[in-house]
Write a protein that binds this ligand. Structure first.
Ligand code: GTP
Ligand code: SPV
Ligand code: MN
Length: 598
């Protein structure tokens, strides 16, 4: 038997069992040391898994290319495996645990032959915080190890914690043959287990992220009366030093990362705001003894979308990815730096594209389509501490108090720029009825609208009817629940152009939101909720026509009535399981709309 650096029987038995199944040549335990990391990087460069980037311009940075059919999460191959189908709900693909293990076992069988199996003990949340959860990921991918070292607390300290807690999520990953026909992302909430095979893409293989911190965590959170959400967390500091925190749920590639680290726009600068980034993707929240909702970000890194990231859209991120960053599926420039569509500077006149082919601008494929240098879902993995706006409260075991929860989708029409819900229950309805157009972050037809409640459709590890009930119940546990808002940065005019400039200018809307939380401004009552009076949004330094603002803040009765048809269909899928409060809200909204503007 191997010499294991732990005495925890559960861990030893499980590693031995998986070792037998996957048949690696050897086992290496990840200790979290710099030395081990450097060794792994060197091995990756030799094997070709990573390419070392320009040491002067991008120190400690690497480029990785995935296979061409492994560039985003594969939701159709992702399953929740509970004994009862009902517990997974209509929102998930379901397989019985027996069947799932039976299906995956032969794919894992001997899959690590000739490879090393890495054992990564990791903690989501600060090690030892009562709020944190521990996992151990077994993987045959060094790329996964190096990414996990950025995204979570890994190594020795976590092993010691496992000895105390005697509990952890069992996460097994093998890239196997990277065969999409033998790819499965399986969650067994009843066994506290995740099995992922046949992929090398972030969301499918960094098992601490979506798999543990959202799918498994949401399941656990309901039982333990807390919340695991697909939300950014940010602090907005006023000139007097007071910081207010908000959490916002937008679907994948809809602007969480951008908002979480925005730099105040010129026009608002003299007000002296400062933004603190706590997290850009996941928020774990619980009710504290003060009756408010407190949030922690369980991650230590960003796994962000590269295309569109530049000094104008996100200057803090541009700083954060200058060192110790892993780039995936971006364009390689001749000087060993990287580029993507919408990056700073000029378009390079040549390079190697994300597929590894020679590239130059305006190159077309067989169908006459322009070939992109970077994949639309190309990503970077960077430590949060690299970010100039990183919050000083990141490692605090207690988290930060949340004043407002914001939902938002990518909608050309229907949803106005911002509105406030009437109550917690109405806010839950607003979140539950969210819709968004598909992006490159998931496999599917880009642009198509789908309902994505609380931006959790792909990430809720159980029946969403129960999830909505849980949200309603959480509201009752709070003496001071956050107010709930909805935003839409993506409304377009008749030519399909965005009406709202977005990005840093979004602070103007956050300002209104906080003013509402602090009872500083009045608002207009409409059927869908409270909307701002145009004069309550600070427009200093922004040239936006009155007509555009009016359009952004318009509630289109007919569009909303049409929208409700989609909501009705979505709710009906949950049959009698859907909480009656949501149908009540649905009917009340319908009534208000019918009377509106008549
Ligand atoms: P995940 O990491 O997939 O969960 O996504 P995310 O929600 O963090 O998305 P991100 O911030 O990376 O947003 C990516 C896309 O949204 C890019 O194409 C941005 O250009 C675009 N985007 C972000 N903020 C805005 C905005 O305010 N207005 C507009 N029009 N586009 C935006
Ligand atoms: C998302 O798709 O919401 C992401 C990227 O944050 S991934 O980790 O791949 O899911
Ligand atoms: Mn995400």
């Amino acid at each position: 038997m191997e010499n294991f650096p732990t005495t925890n029987k559960k861990l030893i038995d499980w590693v031995n069992k998986m070792n037998k199944l996957c048949g690696p040549e050897r086992i290496v335990w990840i200790d979290g040391s710099e030395e081990q990391k450097l060794t792994l990087e060197k091995e990756c460069v030799v094997s070709g898994e990573l390419l070392r980037l320009n040491k002067d311009k991008l120190p400690g940075c690497f480029l990785h290319r995935t296979t061409q059919d492994d560039v985003s999460r594969t939701e159709h191959l992702t399953f929740i495996c509970t004994k009862k189908k009902r517990d997974a709900g209509p929102n998930n693909n379901w397989m019985s645990p027996d069947k799932a293990y039976r299906k995956a076992r032969p794919i894992f069988k001997g899959a690590m032959a000739g490879r090393t199996m890495y054992v990564i003990p990791f903690s989501m949340g600060p090690v030892g915080s009562p709020f944190s959860k521990i996992g151990v990921e077994l993987t045959d991918s060094r790329y996964v190890v190096l990414n996990m070292l950025i995204m979570a607390h890994c190594g020795e300290a976590v092993l010691r914690q496992i000895e105390k807690e005697d509990d952890f999520t069992k996460c097994l990953h093998s890239k196997a043959q990277l065969d999409i026909n033998k790819r499965l992302i399986l969650h067994f909430p009843e066994d506290n287990t995740i099995w992922s095979v046949g992929s090398g893409y972030g969301g499918n293989v960094l098992l601490g992220k979506k798999c543990l911190s959202l799918r498994i965590a949401s399941y656990v959170a309901r039982k333990e009366k807390w919340m695991a959400e697909h939300m950014l967390i940010m602090g907005i500091e006023e000139p007097n030093g007071h910081v207010e925190y908000i959490a916002a749920a937008f679907p994948s590639a809809c602007g969480k990362t951008n908002l979480a680290m925005l730099v105040p726009p010129e026009g608002l600068k003299q007000k002296g705001y400062r933004i603190w980034t706590v997290g850009d993707d996941i928020s774990w929240m619980r009710v504290d003894s003060d009756g408010s909702l407190w949030a922690v970000n369980p991650e230590t890194g960003f796994f962000g979308v590269a295309p569109g990231t530049n000094s104008k859209s996100n200057p803090n991120m541009v700083e954060a990815i200058k060192g110790n960053t892993i780039y995936t599926n971006v364009l390689l420039k001749p000087d060993n730096t990287v580029w993507w569509e919408g990056a700073d500077g000029e378009v390079p006149n040549q390079g190697i594209d994300w597929k590894g082919n020679p590239w130059k601008p305006n190159l077309k494929d067989m169908q006459g389509m322009i070939i992109k240098g970077a994949h639309a879902n190309a990503r970077f993995t960077a430590p949060i501490v690299n970010c100039p706006s990183a919050s000083f409260r990141l490692e605090q075991h207690h988290g930060v108090p949340i004043s407002a929860i914001i939902f938002g989708g990518r909608r050309e029409h229907v949803a106005p720029l911002v509105y406030e819900s009437f109550s917690w229950q109405h806010g839950v309805f607003v979140g539950a009825t969210m819709g968004s157009e598909l992006t490159a972050a998931q496999v599917g037809k880009i642009g198509q609208v789908r309902r994505d409640p609380m931006a959790m459709l792909p990430f809720c590890g159980y029946n969403m009817a129960d999830y909505f009930k849980h949200w309603l119940n959480m509201g009752k546990l709070m003496a001071k629940p956050p107010k709930i808002f909805h935003v839409n940065w993506f409304k377009t005019d008749e030519h399909g152009k965005f009406l709202w400039p977005g990005f840093c200018e979004n602070l103007r809307i956050l300002e209104w939101i906080l003013d509402r939380c602090n009872n500083k401004v009045n608002a207009m009552e409409t059927p869908i909720g409270y909307l701002p009076y145009p004069f309550d949004i600070d427009m200093t330094g922004l040239s936006l026509t009155e007509a555009a603002l009016e359009k952004l803040l318009k509630v289109e009765r007919l569009e909303w009535l049409e929208e409700l048809k989609g909501v009705n269909k979505f709710f009906s899928d949950f049959k009698k399981d859907l909480p009656k409060e949501l149908w009540e809200e649905y009917k009340a909204l319908m009534e208000r709309l019918k009377k509106y503007g008549k």
